[in-house]
Design a binder for this molecule. Sequence first.
Ligand SMILES: Cc1cc2nc3c(=O)[nH]c(=O)nc-3n(C[C@H](O)[C@H](O)[C@H](O)COP(=O)(O)OP(=O)(O)OC[C@H]3O[C@@H](n4cnc5c(N)ncnc54)[C@H](O)[C@@H]3O)c2cc1C
Length: 403
Amino acid sequence: MKTFEVAVIGGGLAGMIAAVALGRGGRNVALIAPSAPREDRRTTALMDQSIRFLDRLTLWDRLKPAASPLATMRIIDGTNRLLRAPTATFRSAEVGLEAFGYNFPNRALMDVLEAAVATEGNITRFTAFADAIEVSADRVAITLSDGEAMVADFAIGADGRKSKLRETVGIDTRNWSYPQSAMVLNFAHSLPHESISTEFHTESGPFTQVPLPGRRSSLVWVQNPSDAQARSELSLAELSNVVEERMQSLLGKVTVEEGVQIWPLSSMMAHRSGKGRVALIGEAAHVFPPIGAQGLNLSLRDVMALTDILCARLELPIAADTGNQFDRKRRADIMTRTASVDVLNRSLLSDFLPMQVLRAAGLHILAAVPPFRSIVMREGIEPGRGFRDIPAAIRERLGRKKA
Ligand SMILES: Cc1cc2nc3c(=O)[nH]c(=O)nc-3n(C[C@H](O)[C@H](O)[C@H](O)COP(=O)(O)OP(=O)(O)OC[C@H]3O[C@@H](n4cnc5c(N)ncnc54)[C@H](O)[C@@H]3O)c2cc1C
């Protein structure tokens, strides 16, 4: 029977990146990953911290040609409410960066990962499903859908929101849904986007345009499910007009491309991210609405934490409580991000006046008060960075005042 140090179950973006990171970190990895579907037309925006991680894994140079920088982020209050917030504009140069992050088609990252996995000597790929999994105190035994069997010292569940590994070890989840769907599409436009991403806040959710290379952008439009359905039935020419009107023609003439998708909005959080010889990453551990580009960024922080734990002392056997260590390390970040996406989304949906006051006041402060802007921008790029940088920001301001 084949034996491995680590088995990664699931070959979505999270699982593929975990396999590459652990393989390059020196572990002997089994990647159990049926081929990814070719039709994923979504794009993903990864923030600076994630891009630096891809760079350390030598994946970024190959992905960069397919990616567009996000140098400016603009939030426009597109509601018809009494209390409307001012437009808030954030520039990456304000925090000393060329870009907050980059946006690229999921397919482009998957192609780069497939090539990396194929050439990484520490990874053995199995293009089958994990069919039966047994976890004991000293190993994990896995039987694949094609009958092959293997054992590993440790297993990583990157097998999505219905994770079989999570179910096998009896980790419960909390699930909730929102009365919204996300319409996801890509479009060409006649004016350049100048690396600006614009988010219109509307009563039914955010309408977010994110730049792609050239005169193209992607759109995640969160709306009422029946409106999303009706709009998805329009011809591409009609939908292009609707999108252009919503964009207030900021990007000129819009041409929506084939492949409009609708994603019902829901969230899920596993009660824990690991125990014993098992860790859960990506959507096996946390799912939330595609608002604020959080999902894969959070998953990459899962992978970074796991790589730190599993690759720090390669000469030692993998400890039986590694999953517990991982859970402790990841809990605060996962809870904070899940809660902040939830609050942001609900603050838009709510007609409750105090909530509207808070939302508008929050955006006012962000638009007008530089130290808050700076903290929020740094926090958005990398958790902890905004607060870590406060002393430096204060010193910088005091220095400026003296000068
Ligand atoms: C519309 C939309 C837009 C988004 N935009 C962004 C963004 O801009 N920025 C961002 O950071 N995040 C974004 N996200 C989130 C991001 O796409 C996901 O977090 C990311 O794709 C990670 O998914 P995953 O690999 O965990 O899960 P999945 O993609 O679901 O992969 C799970 C894999 O496991 C496999 N699998 C399942 N069961 C088994 C088994 N028994 N054995 C073996 N394999 C198995 C499946 O076949 C699948 O390939 C977005 C999400 C959506 C829905």
